[in-house]
Ligand binder design. Structure first.
Ligand code: SF4
Length: 190
């Protein structure tokens, strides 16, 4: 189905109007973005997004080549969608990698065509900003030196707030490594 047919089939006048703007290469306003967020169905949004993607890139699709490191599954949170976290009180059911174990994972990819290390895991109540800042500094000087996408936003906030006395450079290393990873969460007792 062509995008014009998708837009014509849309019953909501606002969504139709915004769809036509996108087809006509007009920039939509922040308010119109909110309307799309609040009112548009996923298929309608997907059709508009794919239309713009193909207009910009044709039939090319790009993939990142990454590998994952999950330092621990011990976590202070209990996100509804999370299937693997464990409370510190039950840490014997989980895992906690040492810095050397994580560095060895990075080294094992030397010579392979990777572009990114993806680091996510639990927000461990006992690990510190200093631990992660040192880990990142060592990782960044260890081949194959890919880009880093690391840590939940909530974890970053907690580690940085716990590390107020750590020197500024280490904090910057840590903050510079974080990624966008929205996580709905609620506090647990631990
Ligand atoms: S913060 Fe991450 S590891 Fe912790 S419960 Fe949420 S999704 Fe799971």
């Amino acid at each position: 189905m062509h995008i014009e047919q998708v837009i014509a089939a849309e019953k909501d006048g606002d969504l139709q109007r915004i769809g036509k703007k996108i087809v006509d290469k007009e920039r939509i306003t922040p308010e119109e973005g909110v309307i799309l967020f609040e009112k548009a169905s996923l298929p309608y949004l997907g059709a508009l997004a794919n239309f713009v993607r193909e207009r910009l890139h044709g039939h090319k699709t790009y993939f990142n080549r990454n590998f994952h490191i999950e330092p621990t599954n011990i976590c202070v949170f209990a996100c509804n969608f999370c299937s693997y976290s464990r409370l510190y009180a039950h840490r014997e059911e989980g895992w906690e990698l040492t810095a050397d174990q994580m560095l060895n994972i990075v080294k094992s990819y030397d010579g392979k065509p990777v572009t990114e290390v993806h680091i996510v895991g639990g927000v461990h109540p006992k690990l510190t900003l200093e631990f992660f800042a040192d880990l990142l500094r060592k990782n960044k000087s260890t081949p194959p030196r890919p880009a880093y996408k690391s840590f939940h936003t909530c974890g970053t906030r907690i580690y940085v707030s716990k590390g107020e006395k750590v020197d500024r450079r280490r904090t910057e290393i840590f903050e510079g490594s974080r990624s966008r990873f929205p996580a709905r969460r609620r506090r647990r007792n631990f």
